[in-house]
Design a protein around this ligand. Structure first.
Ligand SMILES: [Zn+2]
Length: 67
């Protein structure tokens, strides 16, 4: 992401935060897209890491899938 996203309610820059499960595992998003090449032909879906942002004003959390 080239620029930090802004909160749709407050218009302030959202801060990068850490988000993980109670087990300490990081979150991933399954995009439903097939992986390129052999793994895709085997039916393996692409999995992308998640970049959480939080608004410092209203504490809105948003999740962005990393490219
Ligand atoms: Zn906000």
């Amino acid at each position: 992401m080239a620029t930090d996203p802004r909160c749709p309610d407050c218009g302030v820059t959202m801060e990068r935060v850490k988000l993980h499960t109670g087990d300490g595992l990081s979150l991933n998003v399954n995009t439903g897209e097939k992986k390129d090449g052999l793994l895709g032909s085997l039916g393996v879906n692409e999995s992308r890491s998640v970049s959480p942002r939080m608004c410092p004003e209203c504490e809105l959390l948003r999740l962005y899938a990393e490219k």
